[in-house]
Design a protein around this ligand. Structure first.
Ligand code: BG6
Length: 300
């Protein structure tokens, strides 16, 4: 059996002989579905997510670049929209490569890597004006048996240096948020954007989501953050060359207030665990590159 790949004008779909599958929208290079071979969907996608390219996708894995959150004043990103332009620009499908020996090919099972590109010339005139740097991004989505790797490569194609932040804003699907906890976030400090936007120290090994949550964990020493459902491991998120992680759940009121969030109770079935580099800035001189991303393993 072969890896089955289909690409049309709006998305690329890949299915492994094991049954694992992934769907990537060209708009934002947003991964909108990732299913394990059991048929289990691992990503949450709003029933009202806008997929026609007129608005960033509510769900899946939107890519945040070159700024996280509302841009600060007096910075080169200050005229950009919240979370930058990568999630709301159409990317190009660069092609696939299959492998029987990559990090995600276990026991001879195939894996497939899909590459997507975005560079300055593909930006809207407004985005190009707001962030006038000569850059290129290559986003690689690798599907293996029970695992998905997503890596973002950033290159400064120009002569002038630039600063950026990046984050993979992954919406994970969970059965019931009441019995979900995350582990692997201790031993560092975090900014609590719900409480007071100040720094707190993170000593507890696990975090349960019991209300609106918006925390930015900085400089994590361990690589893995796990999502547990009913005290059992559900998903492992392994950071690659990234040290920050945001945990976000809008909870009842905020979910209801978002026009593209559905159903209203959907906040019970999702949690965002977002790996990134968002504390300060990454700086690239002309010709330099940076690569960071995640490897996610599903236990079901
Ligand atoms: C999270 C931020 O990463 O994204 C939150 O920490 C924000 O503060 C959330 O509300 C969603 O952002 P948006 O722009 O997709 O509604």
């Amino acid at each position: 059996p072969q890896v089955d790949i289909s690409a049309d004008d709006s998305k690329v779909t890949a299915r492994l002989p094991t049954g694992d599958s992934v769907e990537v929208l060209l708009y934002g290079a947003t991964v909108i579905s990732w299913k394990s071979n059991s048929g289990q969907e691992n990503l949450w996608l709003s029933q009202k997510a806008v997929l026609d390219g007129s608005k960033a996708v509510r769900g899946g894995i939107p890519i945040v670049f070159p700024v996280f959150g509302p841009p600060p004043q007096n910075h080169a990103t200050s005229s950009l929209p919240q979370h930058g332009f990568a999630r709301s620009t159409r990317w190009e499908y660069l092609g696939k490569s299959t492998s029987e020996s990559g990090a995600l090919s276990r026991g001879g099972d195939d894996s497939v890597k899909l590459d997507f590109g975005l560079s300055q010339s593909q930006l809207s005139p407004e985005s190009r004006k707001a962030w006038p740097y000569d850059f290129s991004l290559v986003y690689s989505v690798t599907l293996g048996k029970d695992g998905l790797q997503t890596m973002l490569n950033v290159r400064n194609e120009g002569k002038e240096s630039f600063e950026f932040q990046m984050l993979l804003h992954t919406y994970f699907a969970v059965k019931n948020i009441s019995n979900v906890s995350t582990s692997g976030l201790a031993g560092t400090s975090y900014i609590d954007k719900v409480l007071d936007a100040t720094e707190h120290s993170s000593s507890s090994p696990t975090l349960s989501i019991t209300g609106e949550t918006d925390r930015v964990y900085k400089s994590l020493k361990q690589d893995t953050t796990s999502i547990l459902q009913d005290d059992k491991p559900r998903l492992d998120v392994v950071r690659d060359n990234l040290t920050d992680t945001v945990v976000w759940n809008p909870w009842k009121e905020k979910a209801k207030a978002m026009g593209d969030f559905a159903p209203d109770e959907g906040y019970m079935n999702m949690v965002c665990v977002e790996v990134g580099s968002v504390d300060g800035w990454q700086k690239l001189e002309g010709g330099e590159t940076f690569e960071g991303g995640q490897l996610v393993k599903s236990h079901i």
